[in-house]
Design a protein around this ligand. Structure first.
Ligand code: COA
Ligand code: AMP
Length: 653
């Protein structure tokens, strides 16, 4: 097959052939969203058909499948049990950290979910109630999510690597009736007790937001004492429960809230609806990943992140695939061959992970020798996202795996890929550094600060013309104005991705980096603003800046710069250690905040704006111009010297 490059009709030069299924799908999705998504919705089971596919009567708030009623859990489980997949594996739990492999058929998973849904109902959870899930990568986390969907409750999963304080902010916002947690998680070298973190978070949270009860799954490696009157044991409540049936919900009812870092310490509660989400995710499995019912699909992420929500839990199950729930790391559990072992052993067809995971493997096994031990003949494609895919990692993976290695770009807010090489529609040649083309449904543009389109090749703000396709965020929890302020105000008529980039002459999209203070650390999205808020709380700190500097393994890591208050004479090392501990305690170990330095002053413009971009360039050994607006250029030498003391700005590392 001769592969050609076709561009979508952007400002870029057009070379369109109507026989390309990708081009046809993209154009139809934009010109006729009602027809396009209406057709896709036929693959979903509805209790009541929708009155309208796209309700655009109240911009900038758009709704999909208005008037329709469905149940996401029914579509993910019961439908397949009734449709002949009852004995097919729905989920394989592969946990090298506990030496466990356990398979759940669709029937078994449906039955366990129905029982836990009954247990939630016994604790008073009804449609519309929030249930917060703070769990490691164990089957009970997936069961709890689907059980919420079954009875119309809204789940909010919080990643296990977040500290009590972060958990408390989410409890305050979501006001969960019940929290579901486990006694512990397991990291490479240690067991992490979850219960003290949970107890701390509940203590810190507002009284009116605290849960009526907590259901705790006790793991054998560390059991947790239960708080009488509030905590109950998972196994006991399930033993006493009766299975609950699926409750029909409106297509526009919320399925879940997922908090993500914003530009302040307060995370944003991204709300996903039921109808649009089910339609888009089910459709994406074939169109983007080229996966069919019965295939084995593995997203090596965590259910605490959007990738885990969309592609460990909902999309593969909606499609009737077998999903893998992996409790381990790419290295150290036990070695850098574990990904290949899982692919071989479970006959994985398509895998999805973050580039950082491959960099970790490449560092330990540069020639991919461990891969040779496994039969990867079923493996069809590797998809990567979460951060920019660097060319070295792309080439390494292509050479070692000999399958398509596909970069695709998306965000917690979007729920699925904005740009991808849609293998189920048309496989395009891969261009290094590009996430290929906008997926159907996404009318992506590159604009200047005045919202004017930029020509091909020119970097600007990546924005998406409204309406966003189904499956994207519908609002922020209890905060419609927040949606407008954060995403819709700056470029009227468009969704601001807060990523910068360009589209080339062939219509390929290149995502260059964030335009705000968000950084990506090992594929985890974090706010440097939130870290600055923590550092500012230290009694000796007068001012501070945190920025992301390049890291060979994690892509970026945060580095802090602090100016001390006049008269502070304590050893700097002591203060820095306290700052590192504060970030770990208040945000969590996942922040990977391990380096900070004391400086006499911070470089600023004459109007007082800290020159973060310049500091970043110095740290990353990049060329930089001394900004014309800087109040004192000599400060840059001081910053460089400070960076050298902590291992940066030393020429090529
Ligand atoms: N619960 C508790 N602690 C956690 C945690 C969890 N669920 N996840 C991570 N942590 C801790 C880690 O133990 C580590 O603690 P430490 O500072 O005491 O060592 C810290 O948070 C940082 O974790 P991480 O960034 O994951 O670094 P790592 O060195 O342990 O592992 C990688 C590095 C690259 C192997 C790992 O980050 C990885 O697999 N990344 C892939 C990310 C991913 O899938 N992202 C989703 C988007 S697709
Ligand atoms: P998250 O919400 O955690 O999924 O993080 C979203 C952010 O990660 C995006 O706004 C991008 O900055 C970055 N990102 C995700 N995927 C890619 C990609 N394929 N290429 C470049 N950046 C990416």
């Amino acid at each position: 097959m001769r592969l050609q490059c076709f561009s979508r009709p952007t400002q870029a030069k057009r070379r369109v052939t109507m026989s390309d299924p990708y081009v046809e799908a993209w154009e139809r999705s934009i010109k006729d969203p009602n027809g396009f998504w209406g057709d896709a919705a036929e693959a979903i089971h509805w209790y009541k058909r929708w009155d309208k596919v796209l309700d655009d009567s109240n911009p900038p708030f758009y709704r999909w499948f208005v008037g329709g009623e469905l149940n996401t859990c029914y579509n993910a489980l019961d439908r397949h049990v009734e449709g002949g997949r009852a004995d097919q594996a729905a989920m394989i739990y592969d946990s090298p950290v506990t030496d466990t492999i356990k398979t759940y058929t669709y029937r078994q998973l449906r039955d366990e979910v129905a029982l836990f849904a009954g247990a939630l109902a016994d604790r008073g959870v009804v449609k519309g109630d929030r249930v917060l899930i703070y769990m490691p990568m164990i089957p009970e986390a997936v069961i709890a999510m689907l059980a919420c969907a079954r009875i119309g409750a809204i789940h909010s999963v919080v990643f296990g690597g977040f500290a009590s304080n972060e958990l408390a902010t989410r409890i305050n916002d979501a006001k969960p009736k019940v929290i579901v947690s486990a006694s512990c998680g397991i990291e490479v070298k240690r067991v992490i007790p979850y219960k003290p973190l949970l107890d701390g978070a509940i203590r810190m949270s507002n009284t009116d937001a605290q849960p009526q009860s907590c259901i705790i799954y006790q793991r054998p490696m560390e059991t947790a004492p239960l708080t009488p009157g509030r905590d109950v044991d998972w196994k006991e409540v399930v033993a006493a429960a009766k299975p609950a049936d699926c409750v029909p919900v409106a297509a526009t009812d919320p399925l879940y809230i997922l908090y993500t870092s914003g530009t302040t310490g307060l995370p944003k509660g991204v709300v996903r609806d039921n109808g649009g989400h089910a339609v888009a995710l089910n459709w994406s499995m074939k169109a983007i990943y080229n996966v069919d019912a019965g295939d084995v699909y593995w997203a090596a992420s965590d259910v605490g992140w959007v990738v885990g929500h969309s592609y460990i839990v909902y999309a593969p199950l909606l499609r009737g695939c077998t999903t893998i729930l992996f409790e381990g790391k790419p290295v150290g559990t036990p070695d850098a061959g574990v990904f290949w072992r899982v692919i071989g052993q479970h006959k994985v067809r398509t895998m999805f992970t973050a580039p950082t995971a491959l960099r970790a493997i490449k560092r330990e096994d540069p020639r991919a020798e461990l891969m040779q031990k496994y039969d990867l003949s079923n493996f069809y494609a590797l998809f990567l996202a979460g951060e920019r895919l660097d060319p070295d990692t792309l080439k390494w993976a292509q050479k070692a795996l000999k399958v398509p290695v596909i970069d695709h770009w998306w965000q917690t807010e979007t729920g699925w890929a904005i740009c991808a090489n849609c293998l189920g529609l048309h496989a395009y040649p891969v261009k290094e550094g590009s996430a290929t083309k906008p997926a159907p449904g996404w009318n992506l543009q590159v604009v200047d600060p005045n919202n004017q389109p930029l020509p091909a090749g020119q970097i600007g703000a990546l924005v998406v013309k409204l309406p966003l396709p189904p499956g994207a965020l519908v609002t922020l929890y209890n905060n419609d104005q927040g949606l407008i302020k954060s995403y819709l105000e700056e470029f009227p008529g468009y969704y601001k991705t807060a990523d910068a980039g360009f589209i080339d002459e062939d219509g390929y999209v290149f995502v260059m980096g964030r335009t705000d203070d968000i950084i990506n650390v090992a594929g985890h999205r974090l706010s440097t603003g939130a870290m600055e808020e923590v550092l500012s709380d230290h009694p000796d700190v007068a001012e501070c800046a945190v920025l992301g500097v390049e890291d060979d393994l994690k892509g970026q890591v945060p580095v802090g710069f602090v100016v001390l208050k006049a008269g502070v004479t304590r050893p700097h090392e002591e203060i820095v250690n306290e700052l590192i501990q504060m970030v770990r305690d208040r945000i969590g170990p996942v922040a990977s905040f391990k380096k900070a330095t004391v400086v006499k002053r911070l470089p600023k413009t004459r109007s007082g704006k800290i020159l973060r971009g310049t500091i970043q360039k110095i740290a990353d050994n990049k060329d930089y111009k001394i900004p014309a607006t800087i109040d004192d250029p000599a400060i840059l030498d001081e910053i460089k010297a400070a960076l050298v003391t902590i291992g940066y700005a030393q020429g090529r590392r």
